[in-house]
Design a protein around this ligand. Sequence first.
Ligand code: CTP
Length: 417
Amino acid sequence: MKIDLNLLNKRLTPQIRGIVEGLSAISKRLNIKLYLVGGPVRDLLLKRDAIDLDFLIDSSLDKFLESVESDLDVEIEKTSFLTAKFKFSQFVIDIAQARKEIYLNFGDLPQVSPATLEEDAKRRDFTINSLMLEIKDGCFVELIDYLKGVEDLNRKIIRVIGKNSFYDDSTRIIRALRYEKRFNFTLADDTFEQLKSAISKNVFSTLSVQRLGAEFLRTLKEENITPAIMRLWQLTAGGFLTGDIEITPKMCNLLKKWDKLKKCFELDDLWLISLIIIYKDINLSQFNLIAEALELKKLARRIITDLKSLDLEEFLTSISKRLSKVEIYDRLKSIDTHLIAYFYLISRGKAKTNLRTYIDKISKVKITITGEDILAAGIAEGPHVGSMLEKVLRAKIRGELRNRKDEINYLKTVILD
Ligand code: CTP
């Protein structure tokens, strides 16, 4: 099928166009060929937004990177042999030199060496990820499709490229299922057979749990994770990462519910709620393995251990009654907001209403005065400064204070107390 490159050029947002033009000017000056490759090309053709931009050049990387650093005033991090990355506004930009990969043993990191564009396409995971767009003077001038990626895109098919691909790198199994569900595509028959065969030969054991965990985490961070997770679990018989974790119909329903709800929550790590749903009841040694695989930060570990040590039923009962705003605040203030979102998801009736009030209103109440204001009023430093601020906050939660003036007047009564 013929692709209208003009249309693709028009689809670029002004910000991405700026990046493409900047890199294109450098490539022209240095007489190096430049391509947009992989995921962003696929997404452009599918009319989806891309956040990570991957570029490829056909020549030595160092010279190109030097110019990028000075022209775009960015800090470049060399990531691995022949690849580098930098951040530019909200985009993460990868620049790589065309390369081929040789896997000496299944699951090892590949040995990488410079290669032709075609070899670079062939080292990739799926045909839909092997497309390249040549850039000249800031515009796409040619779509390079060595492996019929466009045909597979149009037919909505995920097709693996190399016959040992899933053995070389078993994270590609997780990637295949993620793409299948994200785009609502189908795995080509032979790709599906290769994938099942690799799983049956225990191919995940050839990789470190961290590499598998990182790819699993990327799946957890998708918008709609339930179909891909269920498929992964079904194909690995629950044996993925820890072994023997069943996703019950109740958990599946909760995952679906969270997929729908998550857009309404302003949380740093929306994926943590999905993680809690799947792993809430596992034992400590299984949890440690998951924490290690996902390289969970302290906060995430604490959230899950806090939940495990809580009597959930008792807690939900304690908030399942008519409560004033300050009473709700008192019961929830020391609980992490991710856990509150989880409680909201699993609760009903009065508890759910109270949690909603906390999420939408109480947790958003902020006071303008600070410890500095109290010290300026002649109060000595000490823990009582915090208690005073807390009293002002509680009065604001009760609805007694509207603005900074009210807060200062109230503070005066607190000081005199
Ligand atoms: N790639 C690969 N095998 C992997 C990981 C990546 O062949 N195990 C290749 C693919 O061609 C992919 C490119 O490297 O398109 C960039 O990888 P990544 O950023 O992970 O993929 P995206 O396609 O951008 O995927 P996503 O949309 O999920 O970010």
